[in-house]
Design a protein around this ligand. Structure first.
Ligand code: AMP
Ligand code: MG
Length: 326
């Protein structure tokens, strides 16, 4: 069983020592929990891939304490980076930039670029301070599964991992993965939507700098099936929900906005109406839906499609593309 450590000085010290010794530790961030290793220790980084069962071509995000540390990993850092870092760091924004030769290829899945992000969660920041260098970390789930938003989620996914330290920072505040923006070209491109929205990015960069959202799939490793619960899931509009649940069929756990729209024997999991609350709750709700005695998951489609809802639609569409148990 993994060892869940409370967020205190002793826990941070133990985790930092583990990282220095070439180990892997799981830790809270404000987006989801990360499974981290020393960015400059290729062997340690390889262990992340082994533990997760992650394809080697899916690159990791290097977590840094600040922009100075980020610059030690990249060869270009322009005005756009300054603007985005001063507006959104520390926080849930990841920038893709050309990497330095000194970064081991394992940490970037063989790419010439690197993803850098400075997290805002005090636990992640304490760990970065105490460790004293960048920590490469993908989400701390088995590859393809729903990202973890609590230490218990991590422990469940890695139940058979002996000695894995999990630093418990409570429920992740934002609850979905960071916004990823590629700044290697003249046009900044959003590769993965998140809680930092494209409108916020546009405002921060100003009119002089082009920025586009893009279809998912461009970012290496963002396979269409991702963030998937174990049970088959489908997304249904509010208008179609009654018909879907009235029809004879397998019993469902329903992520809905109102319990009254879910007739028995189906089970309702009521979701917050605001996008911040919905995002924070989504992965926890999907994991709960996997644990109750039902055969499938139905997700009531949120009607709105602006701002953070864009990222939520992206994640629920991915969950629904799952093939069920695997
Ligand atoms: P995870 O933290 O598990 O969400 O995984 C990190 C994600 O960040 C990857 O799946 C990629 O989509 C993205 N990413 C990391 N490094 C790069 C990179 N060099 N270029 C483009 N996308 C990246
Ligand atoms: Mg992930």
């Amino acid at each position: 069983m993994p060892i869940i450590l409370p967020y205190d000085d002793d826990g941070i010290r133990r985790a930092a020592e583990e990282l220095r010794a070439g180990g892997v530790v799981a830790f809270a961030t404000e987006t989801v929990y990360g499974l981290g290793a020393d960015t400059f220790n290729a062997e340690a980084v390889r262990r992340i891939y082994e533990l997760k069962g992650r394809p080697m071509e899916n690159p990791l995000i290097a977590h840094v304490i600040d922009a100075v540390s980020a610059k030690s990993l990249v060869t270009e850092w322009d005005h756009r980076c300054d603007k985005l870092a001063s507006r959104f760091w520390p926080g849930p924004l990841t920038m893709i930039l050309p990497r330095r030769e000194t970064v081991p290829i394992e940490s970037v899945a063989g790419l010439g670029t690197i993803a850098v992000r400075s997290p805002m969660h005090p636990l992640a920041r304490s760990l970065l301070y105490c460790f004293g260098g960048p920590i490469s970390a993908p989400s701390a789930n088995r590859s393809g599964h729903v990202s973890p938003t609590t230490a218990q989620h991590v422990a469940e996914d890695f139940a058979d991992a002996e000695h894995l330290l999990v630093l418990d920072g409570g429920l992740a505040d934002f609850g979905i993965e960071s916004t990823v923006v590629d700044l290697t070209g003249a046009t900044a491109t959003v590769l993965r939507p998140g809680t930092v929205t494209i409108d916020q990015l546009r405002r921060a960069l100003g009119r002089a700098h082009a920025i586009v959202g893009s279809e998912q799939g461009i970012s290496p490793g963002t396979a269409p099936v991702h963030y998937a619960p174990r049970r088959p899931a489908s997304v249904v509009t509010t208008a179609d929900l009654a018909e879907e649940l009235a029809a004879p069929g397998p019993v469902a756990a329903v992520l809905c906005f109102s319990p009254s729209s879910v007739p028995s024997p189906h089970q309702s999991i009521v979701m917050p109406q605001d996008p911040e609350g919905y995002a924070r709750r989504l992965y926890q709700a999907l994991r709960e839906a996997d644990q109750v005695a039902v055969e499938r998951i139905v997700i009531e489609e949120p009607p709105e499609r602006e701002g953070i809802w864009i990222a939520i639609h992206d994640r629920i569409a991915r969950a629904a593309r799952s093939t069920g148990e695997r």
